[in-house]
Design a protein around this ligand. Structure first.
Ligand SMILES: [Zn+2]
Ligand SMILES: [Zn+2]
Length: 365
């Protein structure tokens, strides 16, 4: 076993604290990664606080992981020692179901669905149709740690043009916004609306703009209108009814990135006929959709969850090619609890990224 260290919460009420634990050594198809950076995703906070009622404790989050390959199993062919690699939300899937065969592991229909980088399989044994656990693990520990061991297929290549710390948030925030834009065919000249201008909204706006779309972000604060202008996209206040009225039937695609329940009906009005509004930020029951809004111009409201391995590699390469990435703020892991409160209350647009070098002295202590 590998002696490891990370930050975890032992209960929904408790803060994250240093935790020593053991990881399995790399098997023949696995790689061992020395974690360099890990992004802080809003999901980490939901999970730590058991806001989806499925948290297994201790909970060690982190699914925007970038590091250097330290060891490779005997049969590994995709990665070599010294490579800079990334690990997103998944570390395995059933590999046999229709979505897996189609390369859409993030929609795995296997008995336990995909194996999340932290908090174990998406469908735990208790909820699985066969009552089993094909992964043999009911809790996984994520990237808020010094070392990670994953199957080589679930590690992505970080392109040379992308700084590793900037690449980290692309592994979740980037692909979560890129994947639906690809699926619904966003293209140059399209009008794209982005609801919410936090970490996900920032990535959505940058990616859509790099695709050649004309981007409008909808936000609640004047400050963020200025930030939108700096990014070269249009900003509209959600409370500006006149502005919204003028935008009726004008968007080709709208993506909602707000991480909790909100009313999307005012935005459905803004879609053109036959177009789609996709919700990626909130994973909970939403306020009702007024079918008058969808029926009249045959519009759709959809959801989308993270992205496949192929989409994740694509968005990393896309960001490197277009020289875009999230705005980040680096923190030592010892400041993680303060960072969480800022994300929860401050609605920060940049992404916190943990510099895992800050764990070193705790390892040696
Ligand atoms: Zn995430
Ligand atoms: Zn599957």
């Amino acid at each position: 076993m590998i002696q490891a260290i990370g930050y975890a919460a032992k209960h929904s009420y408790s803060r994250l604290k240093s935790l020593r634990f053991e990881r399995e050594e790399a098997g023949p198809h696995d790689i061992e990664i020395d974690v360099m950076f890990c992004g802080v995703c809003h999901s980490d906070i939901h999970q730590v606080k058991n806001e989806w009622s499925n948290t297994v404790y201790p909970c060690m989050p982190g699914h925007e992981v970038v590091g250097r390959v330290a060891r490779t199993g005997a049969h590994v062919t995709r990665h070599a020692v010294g490579d800079i690699v990334g690990v997103g939300c998944m570390i395995d899937s059933c590999r046999r179901c229709d979505p897996c065969e189609a390369g859409e592991q993030n929609y795995c229909e296997g008995p336990n669905s995909w194996l999340a980088t932290y908090n174990g399989p998406m469908v735990p044994a208790k909820l699985a149709a066969d009552g089993g656990n094909m992964y043999g693990r009911d809790n996984t520990f994520g990237g808020y740690s010094n070392v990670l061991v994953v199957n080589e297929d679930f590690a992505l290549k970080i392109p040379a043009g992308l700084r590793p710390e900037v690449a980290a948030p692309i592994l979740c925030a980037g692909v979560t916004t890129y994947s639906p834009m690809k699926h619904w065919g966003v293209k140059a000249g399209d009008k794209v609306g982005v609801i919410g201008f936090g970490g996900l909204g920032d990535m959505a706006a940058k990616i859509a703009r790099a695709m050649g779309a004309e981007v409008t972000v909808f936000t609640t604060s004047q400050d963020k209108l200025d930030e939108a202008a700096r990014l070269g996209v249009r900003g509209v206040l959600e409370s500006d009814k006149d502005a919204l009225k003028k935008l009726k039937l004008s968007f080709d695609f709208i993506i909602s990135t707000i991480p909790e329940k909100h009313d999307i009906n005012p935005y459905i009005q803004l879609l053109k006929r036959d177009r789609t509004l996709v919700i990626v930020g909130a994973l909970e029951p939403m306020a009702g959709v007024n079918n008058q809004e969808t029926a009249f111009h045959r519009k759709a409201v959809a959801g989308s969850l993270i992205g496949s391995l192929v989409d994740t590699q694509e968005v990393l390469d896309f960001c490197a090619q277009h020289e875009i990435g999230p705005d980040i703020q680096m923190i030592p892991i010892q400041e993680i609890n303060e960072a969480y409160s800022h994300v929860e209350h401050g609605d920060v647009r940049f992404r916190y990224v943990i510099d895992m070098a800050s764990l070193k002295h705790e390892m040696e202590a």
